[in-house]
Design a protein around this ligand. Structure first.
Ligand code: IMP
Length: 176
């Protein structure tokens, strides 16, 4: 990433404001319910930490880790669960928290996998939605930001494990 130029797309202030709004949306949707928030490692860890602290309802948390085999910035479509949840979600209201919906392949796989465990409800909250890049139709229930194209790092998101620590979300621009 040293050879890439970065420009801020969503500042830490903009992120903070949007996450507080999302916290309100999610809290209203799950009032009085048995909410289990499942974060998708590693990319969603910062977003999830901020989101649950913006909730005004209690929740339990758990995590999954998925491996998608591909190279560079593209998902191959071959996805595997490499770390499973430890919670029994049968009869619970489950909210998956993901960093980015891109082709839609990862979340399609995860939703199908978790749906098979009979949750009472299953929804998805994505920090960023790249709506125009879908290879399969997928609609997130809660979305932080929508962007068209480009590759972003920061706020937990990485390029080849770099850039997760950045407090703002930045677009990578290839050096000419
Ligand atoms: P999908 O299966 O193509 O929807 O892949 C989504 C996954 O690709 C996300 O969970 C991210 O890990 C990764 N991803 C897609 N776009 C970006 C990006 O711009 N920055 C960092 N990771 C990304």
């Amino acid at each position: 990433m040293e050879t890439m130029r970065k420009s801020v797309l969503y500042s830490r202030e903009a992120i903070r404001g949007r996450v507080l709004e999302l916290g309100e949306e999610v809290s209203s949707a799950y009032e009085g319910q048995n909410l289990v928030v499942i974060g998708v490692l590693k990319g969603a860890f910062i977003f999830m930490a901020d989101l649950i602290r913006a909730l005004r309802i209690p929740c339990r948390i758990d995590f999954v880790r998925l491996a998608s085999y591909g190279s560079g910035t593209e998902t191959s479509g071959r996805i595997e669960l490499t770390k499973d949840i430890e919670t029994d979600i049968a009869g619970k209201d489950v909210l998956i928290v993901e960093d980015i919906v891109d082709t839609g392949l990862t979340l399609t796989y995860l939703v199908e996998n978790l749906q098979a465990r009979s949750p009472r409800s299953l929804k998805v909250c994505a920090f960023i939605d790249k709506k125009l890049r879908r290879k399969v139709p997928f609609e997130a229930d809660f979305v932080g930001f929508t962007m068209d194209d480009g590759f972003v790092v920061g706020y937990g998101l990485d390029f080849d494990e770099q850039g997760r620590f950045l407090p703002d979300v930045c677009v990578l621009n290839a050096e000419k």
